[in-house]
Design a binder for this molecule. Structure first.
Ligand code: NI
Length: 179
């Protein structure tokens, strides 16, 4: 397993539309293992393959939600191969999102609060389930990546430009700190 570099905005590689995964094989499972290691190291709760430069329809999620409030996070790794949204609710909820490709920036995004999704896991089993709550938000955010969309694209132009400006400023500060 290896930690892979995460591509950050405004890199055009994040705008590529990912291709369907052709086969769930050992090569794919090696990539999945690397993606989990990269995500846990970052740390984050979701990562799409395109964010590590592999434009295929694959993403991993681990909400690491504690079993009880204030408790220790419990790992709950989930793999989504070729995910599709079959249905979504008309009602939407706000959630303050962040993204490993837009580091240290957060903004409120509105998304459907319930979805019905179909996907395969890392063994090739197919699932079809109704999903709600944080997992629904996270899955929609990660699936956007597969279509070259970032969470900041859901904001007004003014807010998006503000986030990108703050990101550039943050990068400059990081570079000064490292110098
Ligand atoms: Ni993201």
């Amino acid at each position: 397993m290896a930690i892979r570099p995460i591509i950050e905005a405004p890199d055009p590689r994040l705008r590529v539309v990912s291709e369907p995964v052709a086969a769930v094989d050992d090569e794919l499972r090696a990539l999945i293992a690397d993606m989990f290691e990269t995500m846990y190291d970052a740390p984050g709760i979701g990562l799409a393959a395109v964010q590590v430069g592999v434009p295929i329809r694959l993403l991993v999620i681990d909400l690491q939600e504690p079993e009880e409030e204030g408790g220790e996070p419990v790992r709950d790794p989930r793999v989504f191969v070729n995910p599709e949204i079959l249905w979504h609710s008309d009602s939407e909820v706000p959630y303050t999102e962040g993204c490993l490709s837009v580091p240290e920036q957060y903004a409120e995004v509105m998304r459907p609060d319930r979805i019905r999704a179909r996907w395969q896991d890392g063994k090739g089993n197919t699932y079809e389930e109704d999903i709600e709550g944080l997992l629904a938000v996270c899955l929609q955010h990660e699936m956007d990546h597969l279509n070259g969309v970032l969470f900041i694209d859901h904001l007004s132009r003014l807010k998006r430009d503000m986030v990108l400006k703050k990101l550039a400023k943050w990068r400059k500060e990081q570079a000064l700190k490292a110098a």
